[in-house]
Design a protein around this ligand. Structure first.
Ligand code: RB5
Length: 153
């Protein structure tokens, strides 16, 4: 599996840690930056990961900024992206089981490396349950379609 990974300066340290972790898990990492702690603008990096996931270049994405909030806001503007801001292993697990999240978002100034490592591990272990949750995702698709077509969601 290919994983698109990016952060801003607020998530840079954690991104480097997560990159090593993913590699050790046998995953193929596409690192879209940032590559230092110099200040950058998180929307630019969220878009790189989103594009990789939507194009099929990567099967999943991981975004990290200071809180995770900015990256989540940007990623979830794109139809087809289900970005989950996770603060613990429970939200990580449920974001896969119930939401079929394709992008994991974390806060580099919120989580320790140990906490983030557990979140990543759980997020890749769990699979979407489908069933009633698939019906709900279908409703999200309908909302996205209505918005894209200028209709009433
Ligand atoms: C950068 O200072 C910070 O605003 C950013 O990393 C993120 O937390 C935004 O949501």
């Amino acid at each position: 599996m290919k994983v698109a990974l990016a952060s801003d300066h607020g998530g840079f340290g954690l991104k480097e840690f997560v990159k090593g972790l993913l590699t050790n898990m046998g995953l193929n990492v596409l690192d879209f930056g940032t590559y230092s702690e110099d200040s950058v603008d998180y929307p630019e990096f969220a878009v790189k990961v989103v594009k990789a996931v939507l194009s099929g270049e990567a099967q999943r994405g991981i975004l990290i900024c200071g809180t995770g909030i900015g990256m989540s806001i940007v990623a979830n503007r794109f139809p087809g992206i289900r970005a989950a801001l996770c603060h613990d292993t429970y939200t990580a697990k449920m974001s896969r089981l119930h939401n079929d999240a394709n992008v994991l978002v974390m806060g580099g100034r919120v989580l320790s490396k140990e906490e983030a490592g557990e979140i990543v591990r759980v997020w890749f272990e769990e699979e979407f349950e489908g069933g009633r949750h698939a019906r709900r995702l279908g409703k999200i698709l309908e909302i996205e379609k209505a918005i894209c077509e200028g209709g009433d969601p």
